[in-house]
Design a protein around this ligand. Structure first.
Ligand code: FRU
Length: 469
């Protein structure tokens, strides 16, 4: 579609779709979601010139994975967001099948986007270009076109550039599939964002001690925190285990040392970043005061996503809350960013036997809860969290078959911090040693019931509603 036809179709879709989407009882009250159509990966997360910017994969025209644009929001405080002009649309030959995921950098005061131009051919094959766009005076973005063609030795699955600066150079990690159908991550270097040198594979299937680790690694993100260099990535095709990697596609982290000169990365094993039913393609950035922040897509591709009931109201998916990353003994901890405390209403407190706790409205709720012994947290008979000695088991019925499905977090749990929105929960375990993020679709406004004889202590707050302005 040419850009004016596409823009007119998007405008029409938003005019018709927005009222229906935002009045859906499942539409989030404080998480980011599309005003119509489909949202997937967060893109271009950055603090730039005094504001946070978050872009997102967006199909305004429907709830399928098509016509991917970059939508754009900004915020002064990570709590209140406003709409910005649409940033990228798939209107050039080199991005005609979608402006796929990527990142944003501050290039000497110019907000600059690096993204994947995806091109699908009629015979089912595809290619990918890594492209550049720079912000203009009107707040929109001017495309500068491709800067990296498909590297030799790779299939058309090369995408999702994440770029950062180190010692005066730009570095990029790219998700890729090589011709042997192995998922890998490429490291590239540039002095000017225009001319890039491919330094080779730094992680992936069959590398650095990993055996078979899947056929495609998507959405890599690399950063150093407390002297460890972490790689977050979504390796597609890794083996399911009894208690881990149970989603259609997982999101993992590993930590180690990146040798920039040798372009080699010595790292440990792959760990699940979030053990819930929905979490994928997160992106990190630095806050104004140097904290490492993360936001993820509370969805997973290729699973049961197309069964979600919100599709009837013309929208699908939401983001996670913004989280702050910290480390403990080389492991990543995730916690809701402190700014979110601004959403808290009046504080409530309960101490006693779980079964004697009041019914708590879980529509928009933050609860801190500590328990001695076995309890179950029941969310409107639709989602259940069993908390016992070995850890947590989260249960939900399949939207497809109606069968119960489970996700696990193994280890001693002393306390939880849970953020509930109209159709989601994010369960932070201990001090963020683990997280379980999940969507769920209760028949009525969600309520939390505590079940069991164990002693619990809880503090909780109803959370304020925010709207994207
Ligand atoms: C991950 C992903 C990315 C791609 C984008 C397209 O969810 O498949 O690899 O760039 O979504 O929307």
């Amino acid at each position: 579609m040419n850009s004016s036809a596409l823009l007119s179709a998007i405008l029409h879709a938003v005019m018709r779709g927005q009222p229906k989407a935002i009045s859906d009882s499942y539409y989030p009250g404080f998480h980011l979601a599309p005003v119509t159509g489909l949202l997937n990966d967060p893109n271009g997360f950055i603090h730039f010139a005094g504001r946070y910017h978050l872009f997102y994969q967006w199909n305004a025209l429907g709830c399928q994975h098509q016509h991917k644009c970059w939508g754009h929001w900004s915020s002064g405080d990570l709590v209140h967001w406003k709409h910005e002009p649409i940033a990228l649309m798939p209107d050039e030959e080199y991005d005609r099948s979608g402006c796929y995921s990527g990142s944003a950098v501050d290039n000497s005061g110019v907000l600059t986007l690096l993204y994947t131009g995806n091109v699908k051919f009629d015979d089912g094959s595809r290619t990918a270009w890594q492209c550049l766009a720079v912000q203009n005076e009107a707040g929109g973005f001017d495309k500068l076109g491709p800067v990296i063609p498909l590297p030799v030795g790779y299939t058309g699955h090369v995408r999702d550039p994440k770029v950062w600066q180190h010692a005066g150079q730009w570095y990029m990690v790219l998700g890729a599939q090589n011709n042997r159908k192995q998922g890998t991550v490429l490291l590239l270097r540039s002095a000017d964002l225009l001319h890039w040198r491919n330094l080779g594979e730094i992680a992936g299937s069959g590398l650095n001690g990993l055996k078979d680790a899947g056929y495609m690694w998507e959405c890599p993100d690399m950063f150093t925190l407390d002297d460890t260099t972490f790689l977050i990535c979504c390796p597609q095709g890794i083996t399911r285990e009894e208690h881990r990697f149970l989603n259609a596609h997982p999101c993992t982290w590993t930590g180690g040392d990146l040798d920039y000169a040798a372009a080699s990365y010595a790292h440990g094993s792959l760990n699940e970043l979030d053990a819930g039913f929905e979490f994928y393609a997160p992106q990190t950035t630095l806050s104004a005061d140097g904290r490492r922040l993360l936001i993820g897509w509370m969805g997973v591709p290729d699973g049961e996503e197309m069964r979600q009931p919100t599709i009837a109201n013309g929208w699908i998916h939401q983001m996670t809350c913004v989280r702050q990353l910290e480390t403990r003994e080389g492991r990543i901890l995730q916690r809701p960013v402190a700014e979110l405390k601004a959403l808290r209403g009046e504080e409530y407190h309960f101490q006693g036997r779980a079964a004697e706790a009041p019914l708590i409205s879980a529509q928009r709720l933050e609860i801190l809860i500590a328990a001695q012994g076995k309890i179950t947290l029941d969310f409107s008979d639709t989602l259940q969290l069993e908390w016992h000695e070995e850890g947590l088991r989260l249960a939900r019925r399949s939207l497809e078959s109606g069968e119960w499905q489970y996700r696990y977090w193994r280890g001693a749990v002393s306390h939880l911090q849970i953020l509930c929105d109209h159709s989601s929960v994010e369960i932070f375990i201990n001090d963020g040693e683990g997280v379980m993020s999940s969507r769920y679709f209760p028949a009525q406004a969600a309520q939390l019931t505590l079940i069991g004889d164990a002693e619990v202590e809880a503090r909780y707050w109803p959370l304020r509603h925010t709207v994207i302005e």
